[in-house]
Design a protein around this ligand. Structure first.
Ligand SMILES: Cc1cc2nc3c(=O)[nH]c(=O)nc-3n(C[C@H](O)[C@H](O)[C@H](O)COP(=O)(O)O)c2cc1C
Ligand code: SF4
Length: 432
């Protein structure tokens, strides 16, 4: 299998960022088609296609689309989550910068299907180039009657706004994102069953459809080419359809975004990225820093699909795929990962706020050469007290990588504690 470029087919053509260039590739055919379709037919085709959200959890998109109230009593909103804070993930950046019209068209079709009045694209603050490209696309779409009042003479009104974040990983969590968008602190809210789903009560307590950039960008292709065609991509997997963009980084010769069909072996993704650099492959974190690490042997077996990745005890996640060569110090990698989650913990709940700090302190002691017998067990206990006991999934995301690294590379942690240095170092860390 090679790359299967659908969303990224024209990404490298500068004209694709203009309305004229986008239209020349077939852009906006899908919106015209959608405006002539019943709303429910569009929702049904998203279901038939089997689209699963590309933001990380892989939830069926049709559940959200179908969950939006059919009877319109209040304004309906759409949100695009373009916060892309998951370490190792940079696919949305490319989509925003090079394929902005895919997002605008995808959101407009979704707005038609769920009776959306306005949409908000919440963009990671650092993505200034992406925000600029999207601003230009939105302005052009307004001028061409593809946004605003009476879109293409259909009677549909839809406005699209950009909101830039201020650099918080937690603001990518959908309820924290909505709080931030409303001008509140970027902290998560209670979720179902303790609170209604966003489709019932989301931003400003109104029905809200929230999706990742890649999810919305996929919509025009499903509508234009048909749900059956789209769902034929990835048909070798249990339940993962279409293409997926993986951001490949770490010790590879050609880091970058690679769009593949679900069902592609992970080994082939590594080959697309030019193979391992600087030594033999040691490990891989296939779906962003929150998902469990896997060994080189598991890389040989892994198939890229939501269910298939669980067979190697990991996940597709956000598609941030990091390969590590044999010279990687896993204990230091665990410490660096733990520092990220400690810094990004919003502080709302105790297990995450305190636990992430404790994990960093223990790991700092170990890599500093002062590890104590029992530290690995202590680390495991702290991680398990965070996992499943935190208010939002950031806590789990902080615990899983550390638990995974201890489980798969226990000897590296033990060596540090016994010898006061890394298995990979010649000089004791405390002397160096
Ligand atoms: C801590 C945290 C950070 C997240 N960051 C992002 C993000 O940057 N982008 C994103 O699309 N989803 C992110 N998510 C997932 C969102 O909460 C949400 O599930 C997603 O935007 C839904 O879109 P989808 O249905 O297209 O996957 C994050 C979740 C958590 C718990
Ligand atoms: S788990 Fe708790 S402290 Fe951590 S980010 Fe979520 S709400 Fe905030």
């Amino acid at each position: 299998m090679a790359e299967y470029k659908l969303l990224l087919e024209h990404a490298h053509e500068p004209s694709f960022r203009t309305l004229e260039g986008y239209r020349a590739t077939g852009g906006y055919k899908a919106l015209e088609k959608a405006l002539g379709m019943e709303r429910q037919t569009i929702v049904d085709s998203i279901k038939t296609a089997g689209l699963r959200g590309r933001g990380g959890a892989g939830a069926p998109a049709a559940l959200k689309w179908g969950g939006m109230p059919k009877e319109k009593k209040r304004p309906h909103y759409l949100i695009c989550n373009a916060d892309e804070g998951e370490p190792g993930t940079f696919k949305d950046k490319q989509l925003l910068e090079q394929c902005p019209f895919e997002l605008v068209e995808g959101m407009t079709i979704a707005a038609w299907a769920v009776q959306g009045d306005a949409g908000y694209v919440y963009i990671r603050g650092e993505y200034m180039d992406g925000a600029k490209a999207l601003r230009e696309a939105i302005d052009e779409a307004y001028r061409a009657g593809l946004l605003g009042k009476n879109i293409l003479g259909s009677g549909m009104d839809f406005d699209l706004y950009i909101h830039c974040g201020a650099g918080s990983y937690e603001c990518g969590e959908e309820t924290a994102l909505m709080s931030s968008l409303m001008g509140e602190r970027g902290m998560p809210r209670l979720k179902f069953p303790h609170a209604p789903f966003p489709v019932i009560s989301g931003v400003w307590d109104k029905p809200t459809l929230i999706h990742n950039v890649e999810s919305y960008c996929t919509v025009p292709y499903i509508v234009d080419r048909g749900a059956e065609w789209w769902s034929s991509l990835g048909a070798s997997t249990k339940n993962s359809r279409g293409t997926k963009i993986f951001s490949v980084s770490g010790h590879v010769n050609k880091p970058g975004n690679y769009e593949i069909e679900f069902g592609t072996p992970l080994r082939e993704l590594l080959e697309l990225a030019g193979g391992v650099k600087g030594g033999a492959l040691k490990a891989c974190i296939p779906g962003g820093s929150s998902v469990p690490i896997i060994t080189a042997e598991s890389v040989e077996k892994a198939i890229l699909g939501y269910e298939e990745m669980s067979e190697v005890k990991s996940m597709v996640g956000s598609g941030g795929c990091m390969f590590l060569n044999e010279h990687t110090d896993i204990v230091k990698f665990a410490w660096r990962t733990a520092v990220f989650y400690m810094n990004e913990s919003c502080g709302k709940c105790t297990p995450c706020r305190e636990g992430t700090r404790w994990m960093v302190q223990i790991l700092e002691r170990i890599i500093g050469g002062g590890g104590r017998p029992g530290d690995v067990e202590l680390l495991r206990q702290v991680a398990s007290q965070i996992d499943g006991r935190s208010f939002c999934p950031l806590g789990d995301a902080a615990a899983w990588p550390i638990m995974g690294m201890i489980r798969i590379f226990p000897e590296e942690f033990d060596y540090y504690i016994e010898q006061g240095r890394s298995m990979l170092d010649r000089v004791p860390a405390s002397v160096a």
